[in-house]
Ligand binder design. Structure first.
Ligand SMILES: NC(=O)c1ccc[n+]([C@@H]2O[C@H](COP(=O)([O-])OP(=O)(O)OC[C@H]3O[C@@H](n4cnc5c(N)ncnc54)[C@H](OP(=O)(O)O)[C@@H]3O)[C@@H](O)[C@H]2O)c1
Length: 257
């Protein structure tokens, strides 16, 4: 039996990872801020699948939160075999409408936490000669999309670079780049999504199945789903100006502050 640590496990994509990995018989370390939700999730997964599910309350926008997860990842008596850096969020508004402090918080959660947790996790994994890290980025990494897209582009570049550096270590790293997924993400960010057509929405459970298959295949970047593979192919050919006009608007109708 192996152990997976998932950040942002209580909702959306992280919860889908937790369900799937528990069903496959992995023990879990569940990380998020809401202790009640974490406890309920751990109880449910334990009762349903008979796995051990620890809970770790941590706000990855703080040094203390990141440190507590680093500490858990470096515990040699209870090694973590798979790290899923999934916690993330969107800010409400376009550039200049979002306070710089909130942009920095995003960089802390999306980039600094991912860097620090990956670093500690792969230190143990390389010593053991096996392990995996999935860093949840986004297709926004490949298109003009403000600080959010830039932070996810960092996740992709970082993951590909580390995967290359550790190629012979037995440790696999993969950046997961989903398209739009029905989760709590858009509501939390105050984004109106009425103008997004149904065909663009992905199911979190199917996304996770495809992601884990890509990890097993040794991919370092995963864009699950043929619709988004085709879209990303078109993105490579589209003029950046035109692309920016479309991608900076999509899903960006914000409600009142
Ligand atoms: N949904 C999409 O369309 C989409 C598309 C591409 C990529 N993504 C990426 O997928 C990842 C997961 O997003 P999602 O759509 O599943 O969002 P979600 O449904 O809103 O879930 C976010 C999870 O992250 C946790 N979280 C948020 N901020 C945190 C913090 N500061 N510290 C610790 N945990 C935190 C939340 O729990 P607590 O509030 O209890 O902390 C929750 O468990 C994100 O990195 C997002 O950028 C999403």
């Amino acid at each position: 039996m192996t152990t997976a640590l998932i950040t942002g496990s209580t909702a959306g994509i992280g919860a889908a990872f937790a369900r799937r990995l528990a069903a496959d018989g992995h023990n879990l370390v569940l990380v998020a801020r809401d202790i009640e939700r974490l406890r309920d999730q751990a109880t449910e997964l334990h009762d349903r699948h008979g796995i051990e599910a620890e809970v770790l309350t941590a706000d990855l926008a703080t040094d203390g939160g990141i440190e507590s997860v680093e500490k858990r990842l470096s515990d040699r008596r209870a090694p973590v075999d798979l790290l899923v850096n999934n916690a993330g969020f969107g800010n409400k508004g376009r550039f200049l409408e979002v306070p710089v402090a909130d942009e920095l918080t995003m960089l802390k959660v999306h980039c600094e936490a991912v860097l620090r947790l990956t670093s500690v996790a792969v230190t143990g994994m390389t010593a053991r000669g096996r392990g995996g890290v999935v860093n949840v980025a986004s297709v926004a990494a490949f298109v003009p999309r403000g600080t959010y897209g830039a932070s996810k582009a960092w996740v992709v570049q970082f993951t590909q670079g580390v995967a290359r550096d550790l190629a012979d270590s037995g440790v696999r790293l993969m950046a997961l780049c989903p398209g739009l997924v029905r989760t709590e993400f858009h509501e939390r960010a105050g984004m109106g999504v009425d103008d997004i057509p149904d065909w663009m929405w992905l199911d979190a459970d199917k996304l996770v199945t495809a992601a884990l298959a890509d990890l097993a295949r040794g991919k370092t970047v995963s864009v699950p789903d043929p619709r988004y593979k085709a879209l990303m192919g078109a993105v490579k050919l589209a003029p950046r100006g035109l692309l920016g006009g479309i991608t900076s608007k999509t899903g960006r109708k914000y409600g009142p502050r």
